[in-house]
Design a protein around this ligand. Structure first.
Ligand code: NAD
Length: 283
């Protein structure tokens, strides 16, 4: 495993396990298999509705809590006065943990400044080791930094070769904010690209390993998701080889620039659901 040191001195694994869209036993089994295969970073969110299963797997896995790095996130419908703290308490309760390693604002929507103050409070109280943001573009970072007392440790953004978001990634990194890629494999779609396939042949690796290695060498943390043990194992096996500079550049050249992703500025319950059983209705 390789580690990155966040801007507050905390050490974080560069590769972890995404658990979006895994529910019930599937989520539990994914985390148990992932930890078995060596993963120590686990990325969940209130919105994924699997914190209870993730937490149970974390408690059952036999690895000491201090060796694991658990992330969760507050959803925009809960980034409202008074609700951010309740959302954190609920996440912690569902996970059955007494602290989180990293807690993120899931999107730059809602009362960002006030929610961030809540995260700063949790950080100062030692209930989270680090606080960060997700889906923040440069303008969102600028806005947050106008009132923030704690600079986010990390920005989790969508990033894969065809939609690398170098602008947002570079901007974050220049502000001391580590970058973590969600959808690092382009949800699997990046893997059929002929350039990636060619490099897989050249390095005798799989397309997923080439893409994950590219992220690692550009200093971007990744959290690929799979519920299949053989893929978990494959995705973890990226530390024993190195892509050349020209091959890194060949992957970077696949970037098509701005993607079709919708980056809203306001909470829209039709596009952004509320968390059904949180008892917290959208504004
Ligand atoms: P991903 O890029 O990790 O792709 C996952 C899909 O790729 C899997 O469902 C599987 O079909 C396929 N796959 C995985 N390993 C493979 C392999 N070795 N070979 C072939 N196919 C493989 O996409 P993702 O799950 O959307 O993103 C990863 C994680 O990022 C999520 O699970 C979640 O934790 C996080 N996430 C965060 C946000 C956010 O807004 N912050 C949004 C989406 C996802």
């Amino acid at each position: 495993m390789e580690y990155i040191t966040l801007n507050n001195g905390i050490s974080m694994p560069m590769l972890g396990l995404g658990v979006w869209n895994a529910h019930g036993d599937e989520a539990y089994n994914e985390v148990r298999m992932g930890v078995d295969e060596g993963y120590r970073l686990i990325d969940t969110a209130a919105y994924y509705e699997n914190e209870a299963e993730v937490g149970r797997a974390v408690r059952d896995c036999g690895v000491p809590r201090g060796e694991l790095f658990i992330t969760s996130k507050v959803w925009p419908s809960e980034m409202v006065h008074g609700r951010t703290l309740a959302s954190f308490e609920r996440s912690l309760d569902l996970l059955g943990l007494d602290y989180l390693d990293l807690f993120l604002l899931h999107w730059p929507i809602g009362d960002v400044a006030e929610s961030w103050r809540t995260l700063e409070g949790l950080y100062r109280e030692g209930r989270v080791c680090a606080v960060g943001v997700s889906n923040f573009m440069p303008a969102h970072i600028d806005e947050l930094l106008k009132t923030a007392e704690v600079v986010p440790a990390l920005n989790q953004i969508e990033s894969y070769p065809h939609h690398a978001q170098e602008g947002a990634a570079g901007y974050s990194q220049r502000h001391g904010i580590a970058v973590e890629a969600w959808g690092p494999l382009g949800k699997g779609k990046a893997l059929g690209d002929p350039v990636i396939a060619g490099l897989a042949g050249k390095y005798e690796k799989t397309p997923a390993q080439i893409v994950l290695r590219w992220h690692l060498q550009r200093n971007v943390i990744t959290i690929p998701k799979s519920v299949r043990r053989e893929r978990l194992r494959e995705n973890f096996d990226i530390f024993g080889f190195e892509l050349s500079e020209s091959d890194m550049a060949a992957i970077a050249a696949l970037d098509r620039g701005a993607g079709e992703r919708y980056y809203p500025t306001e909470f829209d319950p039709d596009r952004f659901g509320v968390i059904p059983d949180s008892g917290m209705a959208a504004r």
